[in-house]
Each structure stands twice: as structure tokens, then as C-alpha cells.
Write a protein that binds this ligand. Structure first.
Ligand code: HEM
Length: 451
């Protein structure tokens, strides 16, 4: 029987309580959240049944007042219907054209790995916080695809834009923002984190609009350079709001790709280095495999992955434990549907928790500990696991999964090929997370000692 919990819980503490709720109320229960009825689904079996087997019923996004105020239903991440379909298809197609699955994209990531390792080498093994450098390097990959160029790590204006993104993510976990999303009419005119988020997002949109203006001025329709050019060509002279090929949507889609593609991958690599510091024996095994398969005279390439089962397993385990989007993005049912014999009415917000899948006790041998063996068979070969869903599943599955997997492998192996990572002396390391919109590591310093 489903249980109704009519109490307010901010998302951050909800993550912590979800496991206890699921234990008490079962893998499917409903509660009042964001001002509406919400059904929380836990465990691999049910999440798959909802998002994959009945994917059509769950493919829409609910209205999130904070974003809908200024983004409307535009972009890819929170749009629905025809606009979403068209823009998702177009983004996937364009990213493919500009290198996804091609050597050119791999080369541009390898080039960025080179810049990153050079910047890390400058630290000469002294303690430092690598987060902003990682952020800059990872964002440059998406910048090349979307804007057609990268930004120097010393570019102060660009760094401030990245900082804005970090602040937006941190503020989204705040209680005031959660309350705003529940009762926007009450708080609309009051100052608070929601007004701060709005002004930060506006700054990022202004930055994107400068890029758009430059692209419009230098566009050669016979030779698109990147996603923005391709969008401008598709839009032509006439803006079409029905399919979403209009100027405002170009800004929001660009922002979506930039936002979704930067913090997620950065946070995962940041967790990865923390786990390597925590488990130096695992770090050494990864380095031994890199030395055997790649050596030190060339950079790692994606084709090495098939010959590096241990490293591949470690990266998967990092993603499983990092669990960076524990509650997933919200979905909403677009018709009455049933799940595990319960009826879920049309218009119900669905939280298909990824945390519960990545730590499902009926699937994983040691769900709560870091154990690369989860992804290795008896012979040490890489073993795929169905419940590995950090990118979610179904119609709304992460659009950048393929790109992210490529980046994770290349950045992670390039860093470990050149450096051994250790904690800054006297620093208390913790694997506890800092909660915001993403589950991130608490700030830490590391030493990157050249090998
Ligand atoms: C959506 C995870 C990297 C673009 C999502 C969702 C998750 C996710 C869980 C929500 C799926 C759902 O609603 O069911 C991740 C993780 C990443 C990552 C763990 C890295 C480790 C990227 C990258 C891009 C990207 C590199 C850039 C292209 C998107 C977009 C959506 C999305 C546009 C919205 C898709 C839609 O609503 O149709 N991602 N993502 N992501 N992701 Fe990612």
C-alpha cells in the first residue's frame, strides 16, 4: 500500500532520509513535495519498470517554479512535448556531427588532457585544490563543441562564469530555494537565494549571448563550425517557436548543454581522485595497468579502454559510489499509469531515485563500499551491470552519456599516467558528501607528485 507523507522535506535532507523512508514505507510511496503529490520510486527493478518498460508514460518534466520563471519551458532539460523532442534529437545529431564517436573529438579531449596535466605539473607536488582546474578543463570540451573554441585557464572572466555555475549548484540545495519551489507566490518578491540564483543565471545567459552575437556576425552557412552555427542555420531567417528554433531557445539550449555537461563530469573526476587518495593500493593497480597498456610515451586513447578492465571497473565504481544525482531529475506522468499494481494518476511528479539503484542491496555484492570487483568477473574481465544507472535510463536518459564516458576515461587515465595523488599533510579527508544540486565531495587539497 502506498503511504502519504504530508510533510515538507528539503531535497538535501530528503536524500539522507530516502533510505529510511523506503525501508519503512516500501519501494514506492507518495509525499507532498514542491507543492504537489509526488511518488518516490526506489530500487533497480521498479525504477527500470517505470523509466524503461513504461518510459512513454514518464517522459515529461514537471514545472520547477524557479526555472520556469525565466526559462519558461525552453531548452532541453526542462522542456516537454514537440520542442523537447526536436531539440533533443537536434542536439544529439549535431554533437555527433562535431565529433561524438569520431577521432576529432577524442583528439580535442586529449589536447585538453595535455593542458590540464601541464597545469597540474606547475604545482610541483605541493598541496592544492584541483577542482577549479578540472572544471575549466572539462568545460572546455563542451565549449569546443558548442562555441567552437576553448578558454585559457588564466581567463579571469571565464573563471568567474564557472564560479557562477558552482554557486548556482550550491544555492539550489538551500532550504529557501526549496520553499520557493513549493510556494513561489509567497516568496516571489522577497530577496533570498532564489533571487541570487536568478541574477547568477542571467550573468551566464549574458555570457552565452555574447558568443551568439559573435557567431551570427561571422556565420558561413556552408561551413558550420559548432552547435551554435548549426542551430542558426537550422533556424534560418524565420524563427519557429513550435519546434523551438528561435533565438531565445538557442540561448537556453546552449546553456543546458554547457551546464549539464560541465559540473557533472567535473564532480565525478573530483570524486575519482579522492577515492584514489583514499585507496592508494587501488591507485597503484590502475597505474600499473596504464603503464602496461599505454606506457609513458603516448597519451591514453579510448581504444585502450577495452584492454584495461581494471581501470574501467574502477571508473564505473567511482560513478556508482559518487552517485552525483541521487534523486535523478524529476519526471511527471503524462497519463494515468500503473506501477507494481499501484495506480499513478496523470500529473504526478515522479522521483525515480538513482541512489537506490546504485546502492540496491539486492543487486550489489557490497553496495555501500568502494569495490571495483562489482564490475569484474572471475577472470578479471570487465563485467557490465544492468543496475549501473548513473545516467538514468529511458526516454530522458542523459543526452551526454557517450561524451561523459569518453571524458571520464581520458581525463582520469591521463592524470594517473603522469601523477601519483596523495593527501595534503595534516588534512582530514572524508568521503562524506556536500549536498547541493549535485552530490559533491567536500573541498579538499591534494598533492600531485610527478611519476
Ligand atoms: C540529463 C547524468 C554528463 C547533458 C541527465 C540525467 C542524469 C544525467 C541522471 C537525468 C536523466 C533523467 O531525467 O532520467 C549525467 C552524469 C554525467 C552527465 C552522471 C557525467 C558524469 C552530461 C554531459 C552532457 C549532458 C557531458 C552534455 C552534452 C544532459 C542533458 C540532459 C541530461 C542535455 C537532459 C536530457 C533530457 O531531458 O532529455 N544527465 N550527465 N550530461 N544530461 Fe547528463
Amino acid at each position: 500500500m502506498s503511504v502519504h507523507v504530508y510533510s515538507y522535506r528539503p531535497a538535501a535532507s530528503f536524500v539522507c532520509h530516502n533510505r529510511q523512508f523506503a525501508e519503512k514505507y516500501g519501494n514506492i510511496f507518495s509525499l507532498c513535495l514542491f507543492g504537489g503529490k509526488c511518488v518516490v520510486i526506489s530500487g533497480f527493478k521498479l525504477v527500470r519498470e517505470a523509466l524503461v518498460q513504461n518510459g512513454e508514460d514518464y517522459m515529461d518534466r514537471p514545472v520547477v517554479p524557479l526555472f520556469n520563471d525565466f526559462v519558461g519551458e525552453k531548452g532541453i532539460v526542462i522542456s516537454n512535448g514537440n520542442q523537447w523532442k526536436q531539440q533533443r534529437r537536434f542536439a544529439l545529431h549535431t554533437l555527433k556531427n562535431f565529433g561524438l564517436g569520431k577521432k576529432s573529438l577524442e583528439q580535442s579531449i586529449q589536447q585538453e588532457c595535455q593542458y590540464l596535466t601541464e597545469a597540474v605539473a606547475v604545482q610541483q607536488g605541493e598541496p592544492f585544490n584541483i577542482q577549479l582546474l578540472l572544471n575549466n578543463a572539462v568545460s572546455n570540451v563542451i565549449c569546443c563543441l558548442v562555441f567552437g573554441h576553448r578558454f585559457e585557464y588564466t581567463d579571469k572572466h571565464y573563471r568567474s562564469i564557472l564560479q557562477n555555475f558552482n554557486d548556482i549548484i550550491a544555492l539550489q540545495g538551500s532550504l529557501a530555494v526549496q520553499i520557493y519551489n513549493t510556494v513561489p507566490w509567497l516568496m516571489k518578491w522577497l530577496p533570498g537565494p532564489h533571487t541570487q540564483i536568478r541574477s547568477l543565471v542571467q550573468k551566464v545567459i549574458d555570457f552565452v549571448e555574447i558568443e551568439l552575437k559573435e557567431h551570427k556576425e561571422s556565420l558561413d552557412p556552408s561551413s558550420p563550425r559548432d552547435y551554435i552555427d548549426s542551430f542558426l542555420i537550422e533556424m534560418g531567417e524565420k524563427e519557429d517557436e513550435y519546434s523551438g528554433f528561435d533565438s531565445r531557445n538557442l540561448s537556453i539550449c546552449t546553456l543546458d548543454l554547457f551546464g549539464a555537461g560541465t559540473e557533472t563530469t567535473t564532480t565525478t573526476i573530483h570524486w575519482g581522485l579522492l577515492y584514489m587518495i583514499y585507496y592508494p593500493d587501488i591507485q597503484e593497480r590502475v597505474q600499473a595497468e596504464i603503464d602496461t597498456v599505454v606506457g609513458s610515451s603516448r597519451q591514453p586513447s579510448v581504444s585502450d579502454r577495452d584492454h584495461m578492465p581494471y581501470t574501467n571497473a574502477v571508473i564505473h565504481e567511482i560513478q556508482r559510489m559518487a552517485d552525483i544525482i541521487p534523486l535523478n531529475l524529476p519526471h511527471i506522468t503524462n497519463k494515468d499509469t500503473t506501477l507494481n499494481k499501484y495506480t499513478i494518476p496523470k500529473g504526478t511528479i515522479i522521483i525515480a531515485t538513482l541512489h537506490s539503484v546504485l546502492r540496491d542491496e539486492s543487486v550489489w555484492e557490497t553496495p555501500h563500499s568502494f569495490n571495483p570487483q562489482h564490475f569484474l568477473d572471475q577472470e578479471g574481465k570487465f563485467r557490465k551491470r544492468e543496475a549501473f544507472l548513473p545516467f538514468s535510463a529511458g526516454k530522458r536518459v542523459c543526452l551526454g552519456e557517450q561524451l561523459a564516458r569518453m571524458e571520464l576515461f581520458l581525463f582520469f587515465t591521463s592524470l594517473l599516467q603522469r601523477f601519483s595523488f596523495s593527501p595534503a599533510s595534516g588534512q582530514q579527508l572524508t568521503l562524506e558528501a556536500k549536498l547541493g544540486a549535485l552530490r559533491s565531495p567536500r573541498p579538499y587539497c591534494l598533492c600531485a607528485v610527478p611519476r
